[in-house]
Design a protein around this ligand. Structure first.
Ligand SMILES: Cc1cc2nc3c(=O)[nH]c(=O)nc-3n(C[C@H](O)[C@H](O)[C@H](O)COP(=O)(O)OP(=O)(O)OC[C@H]3O[C@@H](n4cnc5c(N)ncnc54)[C@H](O)[C@@H]3O)c2cc1C
Length: 452
């Protein structure tokens, strides 16, 4: 028997799936956004899918995986971008979506199982008068566990910062693959150590997160004659303490033609500011837009759009959905993730736009940074070849713009420091000493391998 056959034979009544077409499908995420990762990961698949129903199942899976040396790759909605959920050394895909309950919510804190879909979570919270502080633009398909293990921020970040900002994730429970697999609870900074580690440090079962009182958000799109005017207006809205907002995005005039749901409302060539605003702020935003030569070209209720099949809430034109809207029409594009400095932000954006008029369609997302307002950019890049892509990255970095590179598979190379992290290696050694969790995604294990 192969080790995977032995693994499967020891699982008892835990549901499994081995139909090759299904296993292949569940071994994919959105890595193909990157032509570089596409080449690297197209041939990587798991051998089977396991579908734990509860923590007990996960503990059993962890024990059997150790016994049979079977790699485990956790999976939520499979919307990660960097091949995060693609098994690079075969083994089992661990489908987490049966752990999908809201456990409790009280005083601005919610406890939730990690496989719960983000839209289901938000709806369940809404019924109780609350909502999630932040969600990825993949809210309709992603899970909360996948967001925490693979994402970084999104809709709501303009108010609450990133997932790693202290206060957003209060605690988590996870199953380890240590000598005696166990379920552990971590809180505060220890819990934050597990964020964005692509499931390489444990199988998250529950999360405790900050939530906020529910708001009836309104989608607003405001067009401007130039990108510069749009960016100045967006930054101004992001800075206005008296206006409650969930989203402040800007897209270049080349992008709205790719947005099937709103393009007919946008004047030709106009740049767009995309907002989610609380009802009390709408009148003020309209007045400020008029004073800034902006034109309100589209308005809708966010939740109504979200709940209507075929409709597109405006947040599905923002964050990493901007790139998706372009890729739906033309696979010749890819993207970057850039962090702009909070001083001279818009001047720097202008400098980069001027450098790459033919390569890059600019897209900004505003959020707070160290007491200031700054922005991330997720520009859509016309892909010519890898050399040009690396040149564009290098030119950003030379000019003080940080790049979180979405064209690499490891946690560290996709971050800002790009070197092995002793702290991460120590976490790995403690919770997964046999290196069975999502192998190939952590550069720091090289230090462990060197130690023997
Ligand atoms: C169109 C598009 C838009 C996006 N927008 C955003 C955005 O706005 N903000 C953002 O941060 N990201 C964004 N992303 C990336 C991705 O959607 C998010 O990170 C999302 O939250 C991932 O959730 P998921 O359930 O699909 O995770 P998956 O893709 O299934 O998994 C992501 C990673 O987490 C691990 N994982 C999953 N569940 C668990 C668990 N329970 N325990 C341990 N590890 C686990 C997986 O192994 C994998 O490494 C976007 C991606 C796309 C394609």
């Amino acid at each position: 028997m192969s080790s995977v056959e032995t693994f499967l034979s020891l699982l008892g009544d835990i549901p499994v799936q081995t139909v090759p077409a299904l296993v292949k499908r569940k071994s994919r995420d959105f890595y193909w956004y990157s032509p570089v990762l596409k080449r690297q990961l197209d041939s990587c698949f798991g051998d089977c899918i396991v579908m734990p129903r509860n923590e007990e199942d996960l503990l059993h899976i962890a024990r059997v995986a150790r016994e049979t040396k079977t790699p485990l790759t956790p999976r939520g909605g499979g919307t990660g971008n960097y091949g995060q959920a693609v098994p690079m050394e075969g083994g089992a895909v661990v489908e987490m979506t049966e752990l999908n309950k809201l456990l409790w919510v009280k005083d601005g804190v919610a406890r939730v199982q990690a496989g719960m879909n983000m839209l289901d979570l938000d709806r369940a919270l809404h019924e109780r008068g609350w909502e999630v502080r932040m969600y990825p633009s993949t809210k309709r398909t992603a899970t909360i566990g996948g967001f925490i293990a693979g994402g970084s921020g999104g809709i709501g970040s303009v108010r609450w910062g990133g997932l790693s900002s202290p206060g957003n994730i209060l605690g988590l429970r996870f199953v380890t693959l240590g000598e005696n697999p166990e379920a552990l609870e971590l809180r505060g900074s220890d819990a934050r150590g597990i964020l964005h580690t692509y499931g390489t440090t444990g199988l998250i079962t529950e999360l405790e997160i900050g939530v906020e009182p529910a708001v009836d958000w309104q989608d607003m799109a405001i067009s401007f004659g130039t990108f510069e005017e749009a960016a100045v207006f967006a930054r101004d809205i992001a800075l206005q303490a008296g206006i409650q907002k969930k989203l402040v995005s800007v897209v270049d005039g080349d992008l709205p033609p790719f947005f099937a749901s709103v393009r007919e409302h946008v004047p030709d060539g106009a740049s767009l500011v995309i907002l989610m605003i609380a009802p009390a702020g709408i009148e003020t935003v309209k007045a400020l837009a008029e004073a800034a030569n902006g034109h309100l070209c589209y308005e809708a209720n966010t939740r109504e759009a979200e709940d209507t099949s075929g409709a597109t809430p405006l947040y599905e034109l923002t964050w990493n959905h901007t790139t998706l809207q372009v890729l739906k029409k033309d696979r010749g594009y890819t993207y970057l993730q850039c962090g702009y400095p909070h001083v001279g932000t818009l001047e720097k954006v202008a400098e980069i736009r001027a450098l790459f008029p033919d390569d890059l369609m600019m897209h900004l997302e505003f959020f707070p940074m160290g007491g200031h307002v700054s922005c991330a950019a997720l520009p859509v890049i016309h892909f010519t070849d890898e050399e040009r892509l690396n040149y564009i990255i290098a030119e950003h970095e030379k000019r003080g713009v940080n790049i979180a590179n979405p064209h690499v598979v490891t946690i560290e190379e996709g971050g800002m420091h790009r070197v092995a992290s002793p702290a991460l290696a120590a976490i790995k050694k403690r919770y997964d000493p046999m290196l069975l969790l999502n192998p190939g995604k952590m550069l720091s294990v090289k230090t462990l391998k060197a130690e023997g």
